[in-house]
Design a protein around this ligand. Structure first.
Ligand SMILES: [Zn+2]
Length: 272
């Protein structure tokens, strides 16, 4: 059965991007098939069609790995039995499975009437089914899928437990919300790390650049050229040094550099 909220884009013979689109959101999940198991990177807002879409692509047992614990990456986790994310995102998971918190977050930065409409449209979306067997990795972990290995790369910033997943054999990096073309959000006061920490994550990705050709993000256009890592690193450094140019985007304060922007909490513009 096809769900018109999901569209599959083959990346290689055994790797698929699954785009989830609704009236108010767009996100990307990725399915990586080995010989014995398949890894589903993120589960989006998780409408019923996700499970059917994944089953239509593989009959292998599916393990879920979340790039981080935001609601728009974890809400479909319950369709699958085995679920993994970084142990440092347990606090973020608790916040994003709490409807009072996510309702506030959804309307943040928007005019009051828009908040009311959004709250109404998204009412059902804000409850999260947390069933499933949850497991947690640290900074070093490898998923063995059978003749295919996918490594965790810790990239704290957007959240403390944000990670990228590196598939060296196919030369692909999956970046979640750590790196998208549109921008990176570091302004969530209960969740985000400093620009200093995010910059260190960009340095880590730079040091691994010889191992991948393309970056597959959690939202917006895909794939992303890896030269974006340099722009994000420079932007983060400018924030830390107090030299960034600031603007407002979608009601949020952000630092802008070249093709990228980083949203920041109001007080971080001077010395990080
Ligand atoms: Zn996120």
């Amino acid at each position: 059965m096809r769900d018109n909220r999901y569209t599959v884009y083959p990346i290689t013979e055994t790797t698929f991007a699954i785009e989830e689109k609704t009236r108010i959101s767009q996100g990307l999940c990725y399915l990586l098939c080995g010989k014995e198991k398949a890894l589903l990177i993120d589960t989006g807002l998780g409408f019923k069609g996700l499970r059917e879409t994944v089953k239509g692509l593989t009959s292998l047992p599916v393990i879920v790995a979340n790039t981080h614990a935001h609601i728009d990456h974890i809400r479909g986790n319950h369709f699958f039995e085995e679920i993994w994310f970084h142990q440092k995102d347990k606090g973020v998971f608790a916040l994003h499975t709490d409807r009072r918190y996510t309702r506030k977050l959804l309307g943040e930065g928007m005019p009051a009437p828009v908040q009311v409409v959004l709250g109404w449209v998204a009412k059902g979306l804000l409850s999260v089914n947390t069933s499933g067997q949850y497991h947690y990795f640290g900074d070093e972990y490898i998923f063995h899928l059978g003749e295919r290995e996918v490594a965790v790369v810790p990239t704290p910033g957007h959240t403390p437990g944000s990670v990228c997943f590196l598939d060296r054999s196919e030369r692909l990096l999956f970046s979640g919300d750590t790196l998208c073309e549109w921008g990176v959000l570091l302004h969530l006061t209960k969740e985000s790390c400093s620009s200093q920490v995010f910059g260190e994550s960009m340095q880590r990705l730079q040091s691994l650049e010889a191992d991948f050709d393309t970056i597959w993000p959690g939202h917006h256009s895909f794939p992303v050229d890896k030269s974006y890592i340099d722009d994000y690193l420079t932007c983060a450094r400018k924030i830390v040094q107090g030299k960034a140019q600031y603007g407002i985007t979608k009601g949020r304060r952000c630092a802008k550099y070249n093709r990228v922007l980083i949203t920041v909490p109001a007080k971080e513009d001077v010395n990080g």
